[in-house]
Design a protein around this ligand. Structure first.
Ligand code: NAD
Length: 450
């Protein structure tokens, strides 16, 4: 099939590449000239595991091309995907200007039937708005389909190639047939294509993200309570996760959810509910709790140093909002950096993929290390903000020689408490007992939970 994808961000580029991989002819269009030139030169603008291989293969076999010219991109396309940003507007509601603007541009250019597929996360009623724009600006027939994307950055290619499910919101039999044909190679293992109306499809995406954000937030609160009550969140997590109704995934506590989706989508759903005079109380609490959780590690640091960080130097491992991505949008690490700088500390940070994006925000206000050990040089303490695999089994003997003190604040619970106790580290993690060999008197890890 001939496909156009408008917007080549984390969703659009993965969508375009993976659609080319199953033999479709895909043209991706973006307004960012530098980005398009980069891709035309065979360079990926983002880090996403597994993408490069497919990207190179499909470019070299002429199934995947890039342009800034919308007219040429959509001319022969049977299906036009929109993978455009839907950032929060001033009032927290999703800003639909990118989607509606692109819809208007497309409407003025088309000369034959097209299926317009919205992959962006949009509020209920957006498909109807897009349809109205087409009715206003063209007499050519189109079908507008809501096809929310559920891929996770870091495993986006795998998620696209083998989705748990494909959700398609449309009442059109013609569009259903084309979309079923397009997605057939991705659902061969029996993972369902779920058809529904446009509104339900739009709400499904928000409901999924809001549910996951709530699950994480619930565990963060359980973790906070564990610390106060002397329980161990790892034990509690295992204890509840083995209940099939709860499930094992998304139960790891941490330093708040971030990223380009959860924060904005929870906020947009609350706002959409408000517009229907519905007070979505649980999500309002989720947002509040998450704001606090983002500073949980900073509060631990402040308490340890008696609220005086002047002259203190910290290393931070992990900047991206999750491992295996260079995406730092709404990453908890950014809040930690801002907050520690404000309190007078100096910082050296390391991230395998996200450091360049952080440099664009903080410039020379902080130091950037070329590897995880260089970041530790003369640090009073190490803070861990993202659970990249390479942080899981570091050389603790080397760490000891580099840092001023053996002090670790771990926002991702990477290390075993008993091991840290044996190594003599002050080790403060989330929802678990404090491991405190030498630095304060009150709490000593006693073990015995697992
Ligand atoms: P992004 O910011 O990474 O990419 C958006 C791209 O659109 C950019 O390259 C931008 O230059 C381009 N663009 C903007 N206006 C344009 C126009 N008029 N014509 C052509 N290109 C234009 O965004 P993203 O992370 O890919 O997210 C896109 C949508 O998908 C959002 O609604 C998001 O909520 C949703 N989504 C994102 C993820 C994710 O993990 N990132 C997952 C599921 C859903």
């Amino acid at each position: 099939m001939k496909i156009a994808v408008i917007g080549t961000g984390y969703v659009g580029l993965v969508t375009g590449t993976c659609l080319a991989e199953t033999g479709n002819d895909v043209i991706c269009v973006d307004i960012n000239v530098a980005k398009v030139e980069k891709m035309q030169n065979g360079l990926l603008p983002i880090y996403e595991p597994g993408l490069e291989l497919l990207f190179n293969r499909n470019i070299s076999q002429n199934r995947l091309t890039f342009t800034t010219n919308l007219a040429s991109a959509i001319k022969d396309a049977q299906i036009i995907f929109m993978a455009l940003p839907t950032p929060p507007g001033g009032d927290g509601a999703a800003d639909l200007s990118y989607i509606l603007g692109a819809a208007k541009d497309v409407a003025s250019l088309i000369t034959d039937y097209k299926v317009i597929v919205n992959k962006s996360t949009v509020p209920v009623g957006t498909a109807a708005k897009v349809k109205a724009i087409f009715e206003q600006h063209t007499t050519i027939e189109v079908d507008v389909v809501s096809n929310p994307e559920f891929l996770r950055e870091g495993v986006a290619v795998e998620d696209f190639m083998k989705p748990d499910r494909v959700v398609l919101g449309t009442g059109s039999e013609r569009a259903k047939k084309l979309m079923t044909e397009l997605y057939a190679p991705y659902v061969r293992q029996g993972n369902p294509i779920i058809f529904m109306d446009e509104k339900s499809s739009e709400l499904t995406k928000y409901a999924a993200n809001a549910f996951l954000a709530t699950k994480i937030t619930f565990m963060n609160e359980i973790a906070n309570l564990c610390e106060l009550a002397g329980a161990d969140v790892d034990a509690v997590r295992k204890g509840i996760g083995s209940d099939e109704r709860i499930g094992k995934r998304f139960l790891f506590p941490g330093i708040g959810y971030g990223g380009s989706c959860f924060p904005k989508d929870v906020q947009a759903l609350v706002k959409a509910a408000d517009e229907h005079q519905y007070n979505f109380e649980i999500l309002k609490s989720v947002m509040q709790v998450n704001e606090k959780q983002k500073l949980v590690l900073v509060n631990k640091v402040l308490q340890y140093y008696d609220f005086d960080l002047n002259g203190k130097h910290f290393a931070i491992w992990g900047l991206s909002f999750k491992p295996e991505t260079d995406d730092i949008r709404e990453a908890p690490a950014l809040y930690i950096i801002k907050s520690l700088l404000k309190k007078g500390a100096t910082l050296t940070v390391f991230d395998p993929e996200g450091a360049e994006n952080v440099r664009q925000l903080f410039g020379d206000k902080i130091g950037y290390a070329k590897d995880q050990y260089e970041a530790l040089h003369a640090a009073d303490a190490l803070l861990i903000a993202t659970e990249w695999s390479l942080f899981r089994n570091p050389d603790f003997e080397m760490i000891e020689t580099l840092m001023k003190e053996k002090v670790i604040f771990d926002g991702r619970n990477l290390f075993d408490l008993e091991k840290m106790n044996g190594l003599g580290y002050y080790y403060n993690s989330i929802g678990r007992q404090l491991v405190n060999q030498s630095n304060t008197e009150e709490t000593i890890y006693v073990g015995g939970h697992e």
